[in-house]
Design a protein around this ligand. Structure first.
Ligand code: NOJ
Length: 445
């Protein structure tokens, strides 16, 4: 049986969350609206029209939840700061109640022996900035930099571990190209400027943290998936290459000083020329102390001429009769191992942390218990793959499970349960699942 000590005594074990998914109090205590507050208020955007507030009411229950982190045995708690709680209008006047809230949360972690890892941007852009164009507007960069500075100066004495962005491909593609996440924009004319400003924010955020905080440990995160061609035909191989470029390479390569991976793809070459991105190569570069990888599943792709731009189509796990989670995501720990190796091959990636990994299932409470054996099996498999990669010499220094408790899963609303702790969304009662107890045992030895 795999155990935490197999990874060595210095390995970091944490559990991850994000502000918008758990906090609630969306329009209280001086917080300004975020794009997710606006998006969820519209009918038909979120499964079953679930509304964001009160989510898990973490704002009021943070002490109880930090106690859960401790009880489960994790020594790291990853959470994000809601930008519009600090700056209700995205820039300018600071909301002191918001500042105080995160001080209290940080202090609660520290007094319980838990190290905070703070994500600066986990998708909840202040609506006031979206009104100016959000990530598509060049004005976003100055606003983001100012927000980073405020957080660094305010919390930098207490918090040394920082994550600049959460999954830049996630929010630029889902929010600015496909329109299924906030702010619901579509098309390449939104996607490309959002990509550019995001790549700048990622590096500039890192540079500000470096300048403002002594001994900071600075990272950023990337969603990643091994891309597997459906067949070895030339067209499927090309489709797989394109998907890999977008999903895995688009945001890491600028940090490495390589610019955007535009070669041999006319669409991206055009983007590069239109926005003159090669001139910004230096600004998009930053030597991160760690690279956060977030992996859940591989993607099997097939050529399809009818899909605009990418000409690729996902062949779902279900139709391939592969094991999958409640999200329909394939369970495939070898692909976790393979994608870690792919990222570790960049010469400047010195240190990898898994900043998210986990699984959603249709959990049910019965007699006060949540017997989520499938989630336990998922973690066992994925941790074995991680250990294999580590033993082969890849510098993997930590792992964070997604997520502490069932929460607001974006467009899925409260319908997808990823937590180690069950949340009753009527009473907000927390119940530790069997997987939570499994982690407790795993971390003891
Ligand atoms: C990616 C995101 O960072 C997180 O917010 C989300 O809930 C999980 N993965 C699961 O989809």
């Amino acid at each position: 049986m795999i155990k935490a000590s197999d990874f060595g005594s210095k390995f970091i074990w944490g559990v991850a969350t994000a502000a918008a998914q758990i906090e609630g109090t969306a329009s209280q205590y001086g917080k300004g609206p975020s794009i997710w507050d606006t998006f969820t208020a519209k009918n038909g955007k979120i499964k079953k029209n679930h509304k964001l507030d009160p989510a898990c009411d973490f704002y009021h229950r943070y002490a109880e939840d930090v106690a859960l982190v401790k009880l489960l045995g994790f020594t790291v708690f990853r959470f994000s700061i809601a930008w519009s709680r600090i700056l209700p209008n995205g820039r300018g006047e600071v909301n002191q109640e918001g500042i105080r809230f995160y001080h209290n949360l940080i202090d609660e972690c520290l007094s319980n022996g838990i190290t905070p890892y703070i994500t600066l941007y986990h998708w909840d852009l202040p609506q006031a900035l979206e009104d100016e164009g959000g990530w598509t507007s060049f004005s976003i960069n100055a606003a983001f930099n100012a927000f980073v500075s405020i957080c660094a100066m305010e919390y930098g004495d207490k918090v040394k571990n920082w994550i600049v962005l959460n999954e830049p491909f996630g929010y630029t593609s889902l929010g600015y190209m496909l329109g299924v996440h906030a702010p619901g924009k579509t098309g390449l004319s939104n996607f490309f400027p959002a990509v550019l400003h995001t790549a700048l924010a990622q590096a500039e955020g890192g540079k500000i943290l470096r300048a403002e905080i002594s001994k900071a440990n600075i990272g950023t995160t990337f969603s990643c998936s091994e891309i597997i061609p459906y067949t070895q035909s030339d067209s499927d191989l090309l489709a797989a290459k394109r998907v890999d470029t977008l999903m895995n390479r688009l945001f890491i390569e600028p940090t490495q000083g390589m610019g955007f991976p535009t070669a041999n793809w006319d669409v991206l070459e055009k983007f590069q020329i239109e926005y003159g991105t090669w001139r910004l190569q230096e600004r998009m570069k930053f030597d991160f102390d760690f690279i956060g990888l977030q992996n859940y599943f591989p993607l099997v792709v097939k050529y399809n001429a009818f899909i605009p731009v990418i000409q690729a189509w996902e062949v779902k796990a279900k139709s391939r009769k592969k094991p999958h989670t409640a999200m329909g995501w394939e369970i495939n720990a070898d692909s976790f191992y393979n994608i870690i190796k792919q990222f570790a091959a960049y010469p400047n990636v010195k240190n990898i942390m898994i900043t998210e990994n986990g699984a959603a299932y249709h959990d049910k409470i019965s007699n006060g218990n949540v017997v989520d054996a499938e989630r336990i099996a998922y973690f066992e498999l994925y941790l074995q793959a991680l250990l294999k990669a580590k033993k082969e010499g890849i510098n993997i220094t930590g792992y964070m499970a997604w997520t502490l408790m069932d929460n607001f899963e974006w467009a899925e609303g409260f319908n997808a349960r990823f937590g180690l702790v069950h949340t009753d969304f009527h009473t907000l009662k927390r119940t530790i699942k069997y997987s939570g107890y499994w982690w407790q045992e795993f971390l003891k030895v």
